[in-house]
Write a protein that binds this ligand. Structure first.
Ligand SMILES: CCC[C@@H]1OC(=O)[C@@H](C)C[C@H](C)CCCCC(=O)CCC[C@@H](CC)/C=C/C=C(\COC)CC[C@@H](O)[C@@H](O)C[C@H](O)CNC1=O
Length: 162
């Protein structure tokens, strides 16, 4: 029977992403001093132990209550959209799972430490991109997949067609 919500595979993907996020953060917290940096790829990629009590680019430092509220709202909306819109839509299901896993990853840090552990330190050619983590990567990929789904696969196309 064709499973339309793919609950098991999507749960496995979410647990894998969340586990990878929490494991990498745990290794950084226990294995490195804050501020310590380990070059991986010359000066373009390093593992730098960093903490951020804000959102992307350090916005809204310390506003934990706001982050808790936003994250819970985001999670509720994602679950609603999953069961309402993602039936038989694998791309949308993966996008939503990436966003849920990423949100939960940073949510756990914010509840436990009131700050997020970051460690992926990329120096883009001329711009020193903020240090991020696996959860941020999942969120960013999820946002991109959601945009692709909407504009190239989903409603956007139908509306354009009308
Ligand atoms: C990725 C979302 C940020 C993440 O949102 C979350 O947790 C969600 C679930 C809850 C937030 C309170 C609400 C979303 C705010 C939206 C936002 O901020 C616009 C972002 C755009 C984004 C494209 C989607 C760009 C990319 C940036 C970065 C990621 O690069 C891969 C740099 C990450 C570093 O600044 C790092 O220090 C951040 C730290 O880890 C805490 N992370 C968060 O707040």
């Amino acid at each position: 029977m064709k499973t339309s919500y793919r609950i098991i595979p999507m749960a496995i993907l979410a647990i894998f992403l969340l586990g990878l996020d929490q494991l990498t953060k745990f290794l950084v917290v226990t294995g490195m001093e804050e501020g310590e940096s380990i070059p991986v790829l010359g000066k373009y990629l390093a593992i730098t132990s960093h903490r951020n009590s804000g959102a992307a680019w350090g916005m809204l430092q310390g506003q934990m209550i706001f982050f808790y509220i936003i994250t819970v709202i985001v999670l509720v909306i994602l679950v609603y959209v999953y069961f309402k819109e993602a039936k038989n839509n694998l791309l949308l299901q993966i996008a939503i799972v990436m966003l849920v896993a990423g949100s939960l990853g940073n949510f756990i840090d914010r509840i436990l430490f009131q700050e997020v552990v970051d460690f992926v330190d990329v120096l883009l050619i001329f711009y020193d991109f903020p240090i991020f983590n696996v959860a941020d990567s999942a969120l960013t990929v999820g946002v991109v997949l959601m945009l692709v789904e909407f504009f190239f696969m989903g409603k956007g196309e139908k509306d354009a067609g009308n």
